[in-house]
Design a protein around this ligand. Structure first.
Ligand code: MN
Length: 318
């Protein structure tokens, strides 16, 4: 089948956006992408986002070979000049070995950070950001910007405390996590009133989708301290299902692509993006690759934004 990538001059055998692959044992690069299918799957649903990283890479493949072009989403080149972006490929996770998966994610994230890189994780389910953020233990205070239809403050589910519904609760317990801003809650999700209260009592800022047309984006940006180090945890179900069908629980009323750009752009202008996790892409739920295209464009937005930040601050190894 002829693809957009053929016309744009991309090729097989390259990483996300056509960037070179690097070794997960010795990761180099200013911005370092890694994929993982799962970390701590629930027994009831298993690793239902397996193949997510591959689908997001495929969604961005149309742009591979376009590195010299202009990305209007970031008002600049796809990757700022002189910034090294690398892809570690998909990490060898095992749905039967959650503890091993978490150790692997922590270790690889830690190596990327130690080498001066900024990790960008492609999931995989929403249990992946928990061990990723653990790897920042010596790098606090850290602020979390979560974009998600769900708050993920359940303590345990099916006896499991490390799963995808407990992500924000676990992060709130990490000493190096100083703030949490959550954007996009809507509909009837998994949370109880007690969990919403727990999030608010802790000090998390909740900006439900209903607030998006009433200044919610500005409220969210303002809740991040100026100059803070921010990890963005983007659950694809935070976006509207019209543009992101590839999720397990599509819920009407999510963020538009333009709201995503305004939100992350506003945060990047005010603070420092030190990591990104993009999770919950479920290939079998996608419709004609539409969600994968959105995911590819959004991932290029975030990677490009971080590359611009590296170029501005001169904290780059290339
Ligand atoms: Mn979610």
């Amino acid at each position: 089948m002829v693809s957009l990538r053929d016309m744009f001059g991309g090729s097989e055998g390259e990483g996300f956006l056509g960037v070179p692959f690097a070794d997960p044992e010795a990761p180099e690069g200013d911005v370092v992408i890694m994929g993982a299918d799962c970390a701590t799957p629930y027994l009831s649903v298993g690793a239902y986002c397996a193949g997510g990283p591959a689908a997001v890479r495929a969604g961005a493949a149309a742009y591979a070979g376009h590195m010299g072009k202009y990305n209007f989403d970031i008002d600049g080149p796809v990757i700022a000049e002189g910034v090294a972006v690398r892809d570690l490929g998909d990490l060898p996770v095992d749905p039967e070995d959650a503890e091993g998966n978490r150790a692997l994610i922590r270790a690889v994230t830690g190596r990327v950070l130690a080498a001066g890189g900024i990790p960008v994780l492609l999931g995989g389910d929403d249990s992946l950001p928990t061990p990723m953020v653990q790897a920042y233990a010596d790098r606090g205070p850290l602020h979390i910007l979560q974009i998600d239809a769900h708050i993920d403050w359940r303590d345990t589910v099916e006896g499991e405390s490390w799963g995808l519904s407990s992500t924000m609760r676990r992060m709130s317990e990490m000493e190096h996590v100083a703030g949490i801003v959550q954007v996009g809650q809507r509909g009837i999700g998994s949370a109880t009133a007690a969990e919403v209260a727990a999030a608010r009592d802790w000090g998390a800022t909740l900006i439900p989708a209903q607030a998006l047309d009433c200044g919610g984006i500005v409220q969210a940006i303002s809740a991040i301290p100026v100059g803070a180090d921010v990890v963005v945890c983007l659950d694809w179900d935070g976006l509207d299902p019209a543009i992101m069908p590839g999720v397990i629980a599509p819920t009407a009323g999510g963020l538009s692509y333009r709201e995503l750009m305004a939100l992350v752009g506003g945060v990047a202008a005010r603070a420092r993006l030190v990591g990104v996790a993009m999770v919950e892409f479920m290939p079998e739920a996608d419709r004609d690759g539409a969600g994968a295209l959105t995911a590819g464009q959004a991932a290029a937005l975030l990677v490009g934004m971080i590359a611009q930040q590296c170029a501005r601050h001169g904290d780059k190894s290339a």
